[in-house]
Design a protein around this ligand. Structure first.
Ligand SMILES: O=c1ccn([C@H]2C[C@H](O)[C@@H](CO)O2)c(=O)[nH]1
Ligand SMILES: [Zn+2]
Length: 136
């Protein structure tokens, strides 16, 4: 699928923000939402889910990717992340690695409550990534 146009990105940003509303984050109180766009135009959302055993927390981005896989889709075109911050923030390292598995060429866009938007290719955020081909 071609790179998403501005209208699609706007829609994904809305979906990501809406997804943040169901975050389970009693410890950080930091609500994050993500929306994944697949190569066939489907959208999957995720929120962060924390745990009393803090390290078991799953980020919104990985949750959204796993929702996609659970619905038998495996090709990511774009991921949009919403954080309730004044500046946009890119996915953590673990999420970059998981996105790489299904979307090495994906567009990553971060939106927030402030003005800025961060737009990068996953390959810029995770250069020289370790991926499926490295197991050959
Ligand atoms: O890109 C990010 C960064 C953080 N979090 C979550 C993890 C934790 O629940 C909270 C604070 O780090 O935000 C995400 O979901 N995605
Ligand atoms: Zn993460």
């Amino acid at each position: 699928m071609a790179a998403p146009d501005d209208q699609m990105l706007h829609n994904l940003a809305k979906r990501a923000k809406a997804a943040s509303e169901t975050a389970y984050c009693p410890y950080s109180k930091f609500r994050v939402g993500a929306a994944v766009l697949t190569d066939d135009g489907q959208i999957f959302e995720g929120c962060n889910v924390e745990n009393a055993s803090y390290g078991l927390t799953i980020c919104a981005e990985r949750n959204a990717v796993f929702q996609m896989v659970a619905r038998a889709k495996q090709k990511i075109t774009a991921v949009v992340i919403y954080t309730p911050t004044v500046k946009p923030s890119a996915p953590c390292g673990a999420c970059r690695q998981v996105i790489n598995e299904f979307g090495p060429d994906a567009l990553i866009m971060s939106v927030c409550d402030g003005e800025g938007v961060l737009k990068k290719k996953l390959s810029e955020l995770l250069p020289d990534a370790f991926g499926p081909a490295n197991l050959n």
